[in-house]
Design a protein around this ligand. Sequence first.
Ligand code: DX5
Ligand code: ZN
Length: 213
Amino acid sequence: MKVAPSILSADFGNLQHDVEEICNAGCDFVHVDVMDGHFVPNLTIGPVVVSSVAKCATKPLDIHLMVENNTFFVDLFAPLKPEYISFHVEEEKHPHRLIQKIRSYGIKPAIVLNPHTPPESIEYLIGDLDMILLMSVNPGFGGQSFIESVLAKAKKLNEMRNKLNPNCLIEVDGGVSDKNIRSLKAVGVDVVVAGSYVFKHDSKEEAIKSLQI
Ligand code: DX5
Ligand code: ZN
């Protein structure tokens, strides 16, 4: 299991310290939550701050867009060369076109599904994706409780991707901790995002290792 700590739970007054700490602690990706105050009721960071994160991160960035105007934000963040850019399928009229655009920048495209969005909604996109991100909380805030129904959804999606695109990873985001990591592994999840669990832990290394099962 790969682990992407979400810097939404970092101390933004000491961002460089916190980013270096999770990278040195052995995380696999640095998860960056971009919120525009429209698609979700919260507002976070833009390319000015994320370019500073990119400079001090020694692990690849996993940028999660929670925005209304996906194309605008893809163009804004692409120069920072993240490993992944993910966008919400609920907010995109032309997901296939946007996937092609992300790939044209040399970035791996990923799609995010809100807790209520069925895996069938992306059946004809799986073949073109590098990762699918399943939200296990309502997007917008860290520190919420894990929504259990994502386990059945991940299981279904795992069967779909094994058939249609075995190289496409499944990522889960929200309320992940050592309490649910085994259940997530059992249904075929490859990557987990963890914000409050990692940043509240005294030892970031111990927290990350406890999820890398
Ligand atoms: C929520 C974000 C998550 C969040 C996860 O909208 O997408 O990445 O930071 O935080 P925890 O792990 O605390 O639920
Ligand atoms: Zn996220």
